[in-house]
Design a protein around this ligand. Sequence first.
Ligand SMILES: Nc1ncnc2c1ncn2[C@@H]1O[C@H](COP(=O)(O)OP(=O)(O)O)[C@@H](O)[C@H]1O
Ligand SMILES: [Mg+2]
Length: 444
Amino acid sequence: MELQQFAQAFSEFDNVLITDDKGCAIFYDLADLNILLEIGLTPDEFFHSTVTDNYQNLSPETSTVFQVIQTGQPVLYYEQQLTTLNGFSYLSLSSTYPIMEHGKAIGAIEFSKHFYETKQIKYLDNFLGHKLYRDNHTTYRLEDYITTNAEMKTQLEKARRSAQKSAPVLLTGETGTGKDIIAQGIHNESERYTKPFITLNCSTLTEDNIFTQLYGSGNEAKSGKLQEANGGTLLIDHLNLLDISLQAKLLHAVDIKVLNGEPLDIRYITTVNEDVDKLLAEKRLREDLFYRLNVLQIDLPPLRLRKEDIPLILDFYIQFYNEHTLQKNISYCNEVIQLFYAYHWPGNVRELKNALESAYNNLLGDEILVEHVPERIKKNVQHSTQSIMQNNQSGHLRDLTEAYERLIIAEKLRETDGRLAETARRLGISRQLLKYKCLKYELL
Ligand SMILES: Nc1ncnc2c1ncn2[C@@H]1O[C@H](COP(=O)(O)OP(=O)(O)O)[C@@H](O)[C@H]1O
Ligand SMILES: [Mg+2]
């Protein structure tokens, strides 16, 4: 196959599909997302489907992908009228190439362009703007969320089910627990995935800008978030950071059904990274707004309550970095995993990713060792007796007891947010003695 031909195929066609040797889609980049709607599959379902199953008139004999896999020969500039399962018909022009290994086709890559009849012109509306995960402003699907934790899997299942409805979703979870992944994942699994996913960041809203953020400014012809999100999803991010005095304005906005004479159809997903009951009790969140936005609540547990996910997430990112960097064989040693298990991860997966990135920056060889892990993590580790034994060189009782004392004090300090008097009271020692020990163990 000529490299030139390939390059030309890239520039002339709108859609790229790669299949395995059974004609099953393993990669696609479609400018023409409507086709998925007309086939009746979500983007995720399309991945595992076989081309011949998606069209009324495609069989192993008529499918270009199947032909190419069977013969090992490309089929170029082939014109074919295709009819989807929903009965939608269009002309497809495609060039399909085999992917060869040891003289055998192990898959196919197909570039295509679709032509509609003029009466189908409305399909071209979305066509220009939308390439999945690029122009709908998202990068994640629900299946990108890595977890093996039972509780988290239940929450993911809730998210998956919520995608089929348009009811508002409230996502709660500490910072870094992956709320963005879930929000985008719900959008991309819903029927709205061809429409925009827009974010309203509550932490930047003020008395002065909230109106233009929501409704745009007529004179500068700048559209607001409501209009931009119409038909799609509006993510109301960090609602807990929106000043209570502005919350009535937001409530008013989410109740609007018609804007500038056009009907508004928006799916609202809201995130908060603090405890909801606390927010309500402290009157930092209006109850009416809370009930309006919380029809379905999905709670993401913090990483410290699902530590079994740590090796999974580490392995995923290390494999990903190994695939995308020049150092291809990075691994980590057992002590690093022990250390990570012992740490409480206040910044959750974001912090874990940062720790890994920082270890990469300190790395000399191929193996990530404890010495490459950020100091902050090592200092704040909640060790078990066993790891104290393992990590202590002398093994003398005095050193071991001190190491243990240090951990107990560190843990109590954390419980009290670092308040010395309260920590001393809980430990039953004087404030002076606590202060002395904190200095000795470098805990302050
Ligand atoms: N379960 C997970 N699997 C893989 N990556 C994750 C997971 N949770 C979070 N991340 C990563 O951690 C970072 C923070 O996630 P994000 O969704 O922005 O958190 P939040 O919005 O809850 O603060 C992102 O880089 C995200 O890709
Ligand atoms: Mg976020």
